[in-house]
Write a protein that binds this ligand. Structure first.
Ligand code: AMP
Length: 405
């Protein structure tokens, strides 16, 4: 992959698509987690240290979906101005801000930008053309920079103007930032440089969200561990009583075909043998452990049980490549966190013994962080949807756009 290391930015203006989609405090509008800004600082510093300047463009939230009551843009909640001072602190550079990502002000600020300086453009999603992937919009943005750098892995699965379409206006002058390169290298390590046994752990609420990834992984893994709410649709399909556990009735036959496919390929598909069941979806509900063959009516499985956690941990500890997506239960509630925690402990132990472990896709990253295991696994992806699509076997437009010409 061609990264910023392949380019000397001296005297050049780099137009960098970053992921500054940071969470803001609802009342004060202060940044509550600056991890996404921090992640991209090495890319920015490389460009500035070379003697180049950076024009940063990003989205923040979904401003066109969250209009004010009078139908106008809620600029205060979605302005990238919130990221200016943090970027200045983390880089030590002078940071300018353009109130509009298009227009005379942005053009003048970028024209006058000095080596070592940064310009942040206002939220790209104030224009509908961004998400539509409008080529005219992309071309206007492209005028600001000499080189295009994509460092926004979180949006790499979207063919938006700034993430993919714009790359065509930089023939021979485009590359990946470090965040993007690291994410792709780690995902590739799991998929293409797999050391066996390879175990995929999937969980979370719904089978339907994970269908494509399950189908794709069955061709690649030795063990496929299934937990979380999605396990109950499998159990129901196998003829078990699941009480009022989550179930997607329209996916029953698909679960059976996945089970058959795993058998035919010699994949060890594991479903939980027991559950922690509760009589309500609440941390304070009555709860007990029960065998998964007979969950009583009125009870719902909210976590894998101790025997299942034990089975899963044994397999995980013997694995050399681990991909984990989705919690084993309602880990947000302390009564139902144990299964996810036991899996996290096993993944950490396997990693200590030399396995490569990649955690990714929304809630599993949050779970690993909740139990303090971020530094005990090989890599926690920031990618969410982009990572899932990668493991579904799809080409990501944000990556393809850099690789072509
Ligand atoms: P996902 O975004 O699909 O990975 O789903 C994550 C969510 O699934 C988390 O918020 C969990 O609380 C929830 N979840 C996990 N296990 C269960 C379960 N057995 N029943 C209901 N929700 C669950």
């Amino acid at each position: 992959m061609k990264t910023v290391d392949a380019i000397n930015f001296a005297g050049k203006k780099a137009l960098v698509r970053v992921d500054f989609n940071v969470p803001l405090d609802k009342k004060t509008l202060e940044i509550t987690d600056d991890a996404r800004i921090k992640a991209t600082i090495p890319t920015i510093k490389k460009i500035l240290n070379d003697g180049g300047s950076c024009i940063l463009m990003s989205h923040l939230g979904r401003p066109l979906k969250k209009l004010k009551e009078d139908g106008s843009l809620d600029i205060e909640k979605h302005t990238l101005k919130h990221t200016v001072s943090r970027t200045a602190e983390l880089t030590g550079a002078t940071v300018h801000f353009a109130d509009d990502c298009l227009g005379e002000e942005a053009a003048a600020l970028s024209n006058n930008l000095q080596p070592g300086e940064i310009l942040i453009l206002e939220n790209l999603r104030f224009y509908k053309e961004e998400e539509k992937g409008d080529p005219g919009f992309a071309e206007r943005l492209s005028k600001y920079g000499d080189v295009y750098v994509n460092d926004a892995f979180g949006t790499a699965h979207r063919a938006h103007a700034s993430t993919a379409v714009i790359a065509q206006f930089f023939p021979g002058a485009k590359c990946f930032g470090y965040v993007m390169a690291k994410e792709v290298a780690n995902a590739k390590k799991v998929m293409n440089e797999t050391v066996r046994p390879f175990t995929a752990i999937t969980g979370g609420a719904k089978v339907s969200d994970k269908l494509l990834i399950l189908e794709n992984l069955i061709d690649k893994v030795d063990n496929l561990i299934i937990g979380g709410g999605m396990a109950y649709t499998f159990l129901k399909a196998m003829g078990y009583e699941i009480g009022s556990s989550l179930c997607e009735e329209d996916r029953l036959s698909l679960c059976l075909s996945l089970i058959d496919k795993a058998k035919a390929k010699g994949v060890n598909l594991m479903l939980p043998v027991d559950s922690v069941v509760a009589d309500a979806f609440s941390n304070e509900a009555n709860a007990k452990v029960c065998d998964n063959k007979q969950i009583e009516s009125g009870w719902m499985g909210l976590d894998i049980g101790p025997a299942a956690a034990h089975d899963y941990a044994n397999v995980i500890k013997q694995s050399k490549t681990i991909l984990w997506n989705g919690p084993m239960g309602v880990f947000e509630m302390s009564s139902f966190e144990n299964g996810t925690k036991q899996v996290a402990i096993a993944v950490a132990e396997a990693t200590e013994n030399g396995a490569f472990s990649l955690i990714g896709g929304g809630d599993s990253a949050a779970a690993v962080a909740k139990f303090g295991f971020e530094n005990k696994v090989s890599y926690v992806s920031t990618g969410g949807g982009a990572l899932l699509e990668y493991f579904e076997g799809k080409e990501l437009p944000g990556i393809q756009a850099i690789l072509t010409n």
